[in-house]
Design a protein around this ligand. Sequence first.
Ligand code: ADP
Length: 302
Amino acid sequence: MIDSGLRSHYREGKHVIYSENMSKMYGNKTVLDDIDLAVTSGEFITLVGPSGCGKSTLLRLLLGEETASSGTLLINGQEVQTPDPTRGIVYQRYGLFPHLTVLEHVLLGFRFQLSAYRYFLCRKELVEKAMQYLKRVRMDDHKDKYPSQLSGGQQQRVAIAQTLIMKPKVLMMDEPYGALDPFTREELQLFILELWEETKMTIFFITHDLEEAVYLGSGVIGLSQYYDDGRRNWKRGARIVTDLNLGREIKAPDVKATAEFGRTVRLLRTDCFTPNHLQHVNDFTMQHPDSFMSLSDEQKQR
Ligand code: ADP
């Protein structure tokens, strides 16, 4: 249930994604525990966390495929409704249909959105628009090919064009490069950074790869079930244990070889992935300007 009294840090027009004290339970199992998240418009947020900590659950909540068990969750200031094109999603497996060409995939959103009559009337205009997006993802020369004729990187670019053409306010990506070889992965990392700079959209990107998270993110969020809040049983819902502000300038790939970059990756690994590290809730690294913690006075005194 959304309680407007809780929106103590929300800023209209500033925060695209905003959650406060948000929890998600399945039966009596808490998966996400007290999630405070304030994502500013135009940020590229990367999300990391141990397997099973609830990253996909968080994404499903943001997409409106699931509802929070308690707390506040707002997208563009509105309570999250059922999925709609303002929140585009790109998955690890490209989700392309074997019987549709590249061009037909990019037109698919309009086929679902418009009546058959309207789609027929506007088709020429829509094809021109689709071709602009295919050019943007450098797939215009492959418009008549089927998925089986494309490499993994090319298929992922089609999936991105298919999502971008619907002009989402937030682009969500769930391990989008997880199935790609290292070279294609690096190429698509640069590609998404270029698109981000060009479109200024807000991106929320889940990855297992800590280097990828630090390289791409203007902000990196670490979600983890490994923390200490004074209770003995620490196998409970995940919380945000790290929230780094890395700035919005696009980094050159050779930054990955620097000592500073290595230090940030190690910090993330320790804070989020090391069960015996168990930082106390009061010691979470919260360096991002939009970070906030909402521990109750009772929790702080424990
Ligand atoms: P991650 O994406 O970080 O690997 P998930 O969000 O997929 O983690 O899952 C987090 C936890 O929630 C897991 O323990 C998983 O078993 C549980 N879970 C996810 N979806 C459901 C569901 N629909 N019903 C019950 N438990 C679920």
